[in-house]
Design a protein around this ligand. Structure first.
Ligand code: GLU
Length: 479
């Protein structure tokens, strides 16, 4: 079975070390005291714990390892997902927690960064066991005050989803029956459990908005030898999980061709484009994307990263493009939907080759952006648009009718409906997400120009380190 690259094969490698390198580089462009940069770099709290999971027999149990890392308390609560994966380790959780701080700062979502993890392969556990693991994990966080709507607010990440978030919310609420804000202790919940419309698709939809912004700049595209716009772009995607799926279907809707899909157990390739929904159906029936009859099966899915394409979207694990394969990458644009898929050394090789990288800090910020909206909804206990929608509709209708009367012209049905319709929760979430991604890209380009840097990632770190530093200075901690 073909595997994704495991960076921990290299004994000297640390993911957190990679993130620190980016922070140091950003600091070189800024004028802040060394001590302040060190504070910004370090993880403020690292909590590692173990708990038993009993099996069927009386003496049958296993020890489960859990983590929660709070990287930066410059803003509270801290925020970040919980990952269920066998590759979870302290270094990984620290790095991912740090990335959350910079991601939130970059897109102006007012949180510090955090991340959690449970070292299990969720595919090896029954639903009942996963529920016990999730509830026990939550209890361990409660015991140490590592969760709460004003303290630390988890969310889905790799291997977890709305179901796990509902278990977390229920466990927390059980321990805090008198807290009216208890349901704001976690985001990414099912809609019926005080979640928000659009959260499930948010990260992938944000990836789409980010790519759309990047490919809309004719000069940048010309430099890459590409046409402006999404239409006709040949895309290879690694990872067809939640983020990969929603990125792919949104891009395909705008006319992109998904020519390759890489998964942990094999890949698919078809130069004429692959029907994503049909692949999902096929996987539901067979358990794997491989042997899908609308594409050629590629045994070693990592090879697909090196195939010719316009846009490569790593949407799986960190450290997939390293010094080992960077020189062979043919994509002109790499869009980091996953966290940390390109190492700093690989990035240097790619930039040298003229490749453009849209960094994770910016590109996958859609998830936490919509999490922020969910948290606001939980604290205010009213869904967006609920109060004003009908009233807006009534006013819009009067306005449209007045315009039609005075102009003597009837608007077409489509335009009429669009003008009259008041915005509901899904519309508002999507518009807030789109606005955040557009502004984020413009900010990145602004920082690039101001600091004369060639890489969007450098700009992302400069922009976010600067914002966090200002925050600390304004708190009076570093006079
Ligand atoms: N796990 C997601 C991320 O890495 C979402 C975090 C959140 O919504 O808090 O950005």
């Amino acid at each position: 079975m073909a595997k994704m690259i495991n960076p921990y094969d290299d004994k000297n490698y640390t993911f957190f070390g990679d993130v620190c390198k980016f922070i140091d580089e950003a600091a070189n462009h800024l004028k802040y005291p060394k001590g302040l940069i060190e504070q910004i770099k370090q993880c403020n709290s690292v909590y590692q714990f173990n708990f038993p999971l009993s099996g069927k027999g009386e003496h049958d149990y296993q020890v489960i390892k859990g983590y929660r890392v709070q990287h930066s308390h410059h803003k509270l609560p801290v925020k970040g997902g919980i990952r269920f994966s066998i590759s979870v380790n302290e270094d990984e959780v620290k790095a991912l927690a740090a990335l959350m701080s910079f991601k939130c700062a970059l897109v102006n979502v007012p949180y510090g960064g955090a991340k959690g993890g449970v070292k299990i392969d969720p595919r090896n556990y029954t639903t009942e066991q996963l529920e016990r693991i999730t509830r026990r994990y939550t209890s361990e966080l409660i015991k140490k005050n590592f969760i709460g709507p004003a303290i630390d607010v988890p969310a889905p990440d790799m291997g977890t989803g709305a179901r796990e978030m509902a278990w977390i919310a229920d466990t927390y609420a059980t321990f805090h029956p008198d807290s009216i804000n208890a349901l704001g202790c976690v985001t990414g919940k099912p809609i019926s459990q005080h979640g928000i419309r659009g959260r499930t698709e948010a990260t992938g939809r944000g990836v789409y908005f980010g790519i759309r912004e990047a490919v809309d700049r004719a000069d940048d595209m010309k430099a890459l030898g590409l046409e402006r716009g999404i239409e006709g772009k040949r895309v290879i995607i690694q990872g067809l999980g939640n983020v990969g799926y929603y990125s792919a279907i949104n891009l395909a809707k705008d006319g992109a061709k998904i020519i390759g899909i890489a998964e942990y157990d094999g890949g698919l390739y078809n130069e004429s484009g692959i029907d994503i929904e049909a692949v999902i159906e096929h996987r539901k029936e067979s358990g794997s994307i491989t042997n899908f009859n609308g594409a050629k099966t590629i045994k070693n899915s990592l090879d697909l990263l090196e195939y010719d394409c316009d846009i490569l979207i790593p949407a799986a694990l960190e450290n997939q493009i390293t010094v080992k394969n960077a020189a062979n990458i043919k994509a002109k644009l790499i869009a980091e939907a996953a966290n940390g898929p390109v190492t700093p050394e690989a990035e240097e090789i790619l930039i040298e080759k003229g490749c453009m990288i849209i960094p994770d800090l910016y590109l996958n910020a859609g998830g936490v952006t919509v999490s922020y909206f969910e948290w606001l909804k939980n604290l205010s206990r009213v869904s967006f648009g609920k109060i004003e929608k009908k009233n807006d509709e009534m006013k819009n209708r009067l306005m449209v009718e007045a315009i039609e009367k005075s102009s003597g012209q009837q608007l077409g049905k489509e335009h009429r409906d669009l003008l009259i319709k008041g915005a509901g929760e899904a519309d508002l979430v999507d518009s807030g997400l789109e606005e955040t991604m557009i502004n984020g890209y413009n900010d990145l380009r602004g920082t690039m120009a101001e600091h004369k840097v060639k890489s969007l990632r450098k700009a992302a770190f400069i922009n976010s380190v600067d914002k966090i530093a200002i925050n600390y200075l304004d708190m009076g901690i570093f006079p």
